[in-house]
Design a protein around this ligand. Structure first.
Ligand code: NAP
Length: 286
């Protein structure tokens, strides 16, 4: 079997087209543009690249965007003060603090200062709690994009055995909860899991979110499985996923490439969450 490619770039383009239309309608009807503020502290090269990609994505769909590049020696208090200012800024519907923050910052504490209604990353405890409870709230962008990719295969997730590898708060755990919501039977694996292959070999859906290049080999995959590879690690200047693509492509029914799979979907879901926040702000003034 040769897998079909789940092309995150192509799917993102389709979704962005709808975002552009909805943004134009919002502006016509209410005179507002969805606004995203991205805050970065320090000069981490990878983070700076992500931040400029997010600003560019905003511009391309007609959003208002603001980027705050704060110096490395910014204090946590100063960062929280900026968040307070953005919370009160009517032009801003989404606030994103680029992670990781430099050493000494308490990321959970910083995120707790973002208004839950502007927490388009879904990292605030209120949004994380709502996800857990099955209530409405912002869903973290990478997990939201992963579920959208799986749905695009046309497969009914209900009753499928999904194995998620990784249990971080930003990818693994929320993906597990979202798959449960879709009625999958979910196994979450992590660094202490004994015999990872025993789990993955039984999976109809594998979501890998680890950061170890080519951890998942072809012989760890059931024939016909759906493979979503969120992992990214630079090897010899090239981005490599957690899945050995060349082996997996001959076993899976669907597979995401790295790059061009989960990554573009993450940014698109960020735009979708920001649009949702802007729409809610219009509904509240109606
Ligand atoms: P993380 O916080 O470092 O979590 C990695 C997870 O992998 C942990 O739960 C860890 O287990 C588990 N793990 C480590 N070694 C393992 C092993 N040998 N077998 C099984 N599990 C193992 O990373 P993250 O933030 O979730 O990100 C994961 C990957 O996704 C990274 O490559 C990151 O760059 C990528 N990512 C991509 C996007 C995107 O938009 N494309 C977005 C976010 C993240 P323990 O909990 O036991 O330590």
């Amino acid at each position: 079997m040769t897998a079909k490619i789940l092309d995150g770039r192509k799917i993102s383009k389709e979704i962005k087209q709808n975002i552009i239309t909805e943004t134009e309608n919002l502006e016509k009807e209410y005179g507002i543009k969805p606004g995203l503020a991205v805050v970065i502290v320090g000069e981490d090269e990878a983070s700076s690249v992500y931040v400029s990609m997010k600003a560019k994505a905003c511009k391309n769909v007609g959003f208002h965007s603001e980027t705050y590049n704060l110096p490395q020696d910014t204090s946590q208090k100063e960062l929280i003060q900026l968040i307070g200012k953005l919370n009160n800024d009517a032009k801003i519907h989404g606030i994103l603090v680029q992670l990781p923050l430099p050493k000494g910052f308490d990321e959970n504490l910083v995120n707790s200062h973002i208004l839950p209604s502007k927490d388009i990353d879904g990292f605030h405890a209120i949004n994380a709690g709502n996800l857990m409870l099955g209530e409405d709230g912002y869903i973290p962008c990478t997990p939201k994009g992963i579920i959208e990719l799986i749905k695009r295969t046309g497969t009914d997730i209900s009753g499928k055995h999904a194995v998620v590898i990784g249990r971080s708060n930003i990818v693994g755990k929320p993906v597990g909860i979202l798959l449960l919501r879709e009625n999958a039977t979910v196994t979450i694996c992590h660094s202490r899991t004994n015999n990872l292959a025993e789990h993955t070999k039984n999976a109809d859906i594998i979501v890998a979110a680890v950061g170890i290049p080519k951890l998942i080999k072809g012989d760890m995959i059931k024939e016909g499985a759906i493979i979503i590879d969120a992992g990214t690690r630079k090897v010899d200047e090239k981005l490599v996923g957690d899945v050995d693509y060349d082996e997996a492509v001959n076993k899976a029914s669907w597979i995401t490439p790295v790059p061009g799979g989960v990554g573009p979907m993450t940014i698109t879901m960020l735009l979708l969450n920001t649009l949702e926040s802007a729409k809610k702000s219009c509904a509240s003034v109606r």
